[in-house]
Ligand binder design. Sequence first.
Ligand code: PRX
Length: 652
Amino acid sequence: MSSLNSINSVLKESRRFKPSNQFVKTAFINSAKKYLELWKKSIKSPDSFWKKQANESLVWAKPFSKTLEWKLPHAKWFVGGKINVAYNCIDRHVEAGLGNKAAIIWEGEDGTRRILTYNELLNEVSQCANALMELGVSSGDRVSIYMPLIPEAVVSMLACARIGAMHSVIFGGFSSDALADRNNDAQSKLVITADGGFRKGSFLSLKDNVDEALKKSSSVQKVLVFKRSDRACKMKDGRDYWWHDIVYRQSIHSKCKPFDSEHPLFLLYTSGSTGKPKGIVHTSAGYLLGATISFKYIFDIKVSDTFWCTADVGWITGHTYVTYGPLSNGASIVMYEGAPNFPDWGRFWSIIERYKVSIFYTAPTAIRACIKAGDDWPKKYDLSSLRILGTVGEPINPEAWLWYHEVIGNKKCPIVDTWWQTETGSAMITPLPGAIVTTPGTATVPFFGIEPEIVDKAGKPVKKGHGGFLVIKKPWPSMLRTIWGDDERYVHQYWSQIPGCYFTGDGARQDKHGNYWILGRIDDVLNVSGHRLSTMEIESTLVSHHAVAEAAVVGKPDDIKGEAIVCFVSLKSGFKASEELKLELQTHVAKQIGALARPDQIRLSDSLPKTRSGKIMRRLLRDIAAGKVSTQDTSTLEDFAVLAALRQDDDI
Ligand code: PRX
């Protein structure tokens, strides 16, 4: 845990925005009073609250007998119940007569367009589920999904859910090494991929990365490949199978087997402050309930809505608010494969106009990039279909919030700033759009059933207005259940820092209105473009380069990305600092981890600032990276000359 006792908060923002009368008229939760009543009830009697929600929102194959079995820190929700997650996301809507409703409205970066109705989604998921079984996958097996953002990524996830296999989606921007590590950790049996996908006008050959990864991941026996382009693609006999050969010849009927409420649904890797990425484990009924009801109330979803969450399915947002939350509610979603600036910065806005998107959910980093590109782009398009805007992934700065509100929302759309994590499974602190008065920069109030608290290092609540560590006091259905293969780390990292509470790793403060302001991560994890990256992983990648002796990675505030990656690197003897070497190291990291982790700056020096006990003094490096004159305590620093040398090394 951070050595800070509490956190200083300097941001002051007090403008308040009420939902319009027009909006309030049709909202599910239409006043702060109603929200507060329901929230209080959910905290006072969590058992009856969750029981009612689970029975009303999900279809059970067998009813549960007990809402929660809680042996801190292990939770079992809806004990005794049986459910099929895919049935809840597809079949039940078809049975209710919604088969012809659009489930997925997809646009490829190259302009290809497809619509899958709930009927078509059911057929394709059933065929894919049958194909997975033919390829030897059964309940409990792990399947890695490494795909571009195409409907088949969602189809694959739901096909796994249908047969009880766990999916592990790996973001298509990750490198072959990252894929191999994750395959190995999960001991995946099958990889589902595509020949490639389009991004920023280029074709990224994902299958080549899979071939590379499979040289190092021996658990994988077979590869299922969707053909996204007409390019040539190498296939290995007996190992690689084309989707169009094996999936489309299957029956469109597949039995929806019920699974226990706690049957594992998926694992998703995320960065932690120490060591390798953690496989966060989510299970069936509780996760689905969190996704379903948070989606319903936060986006106030109505039958006529068209919902677009721009996240990739490789992140938790793409699991909960592209796939499970919307589909469980029978909503129509938009999916777009590519970059926001291809072929130009009008792409997002043209998609909103074309499909009459009514709810748009994206990340502050994307909003800031659009602001930079200029107001002329959104102004070219008709955005009048929008009624709610959302953000997720990092704190949103008030300027970006106001731009979003004025230029995109035409001052009429409530903005839901949703705070949550891979581990929490669904949004935890968020306005409800028809009930809560918002202020730019705050995620506002807890969702139903969620009880946050801000505490100091000793676990004591801090005074209102003071910064501290954000913890959650009670278990909730969509919480992670463990870390794959490392329950000890689960207990230590999330439940031991502040005994009895879930430790979020974020700092926060609460204002006089009760709003929670998230102050960012308190450990050594960077938040780059809304994605958590481990400094450790980048450091060990740098050290794997033959010229590097030691590396320390820190974040530096960045207008667009939230945090930029700054790497302090000392070289082995015999290697000379040069611009070429800096470039080579940047490329090395991008190649090993993925373009997202490409360092923004490399600073080379003979050595790094350390304490006498040999610990790298990161807080000093953070100041240097930010160009600040350090006021930090340097009494434990071993060699002062190192600091001066580091300050002199210019940026690239
Ligand atoms: O620091 C918080 C930040 O993102 C972290 C979670 O990252 P990840 O597990 O990758 O999930 C991102 C998408 C849910 C949090 O610990 N974060 C997320 N949403 C917000 C946020 N910080 C401030 N405001 C938010 N709305």
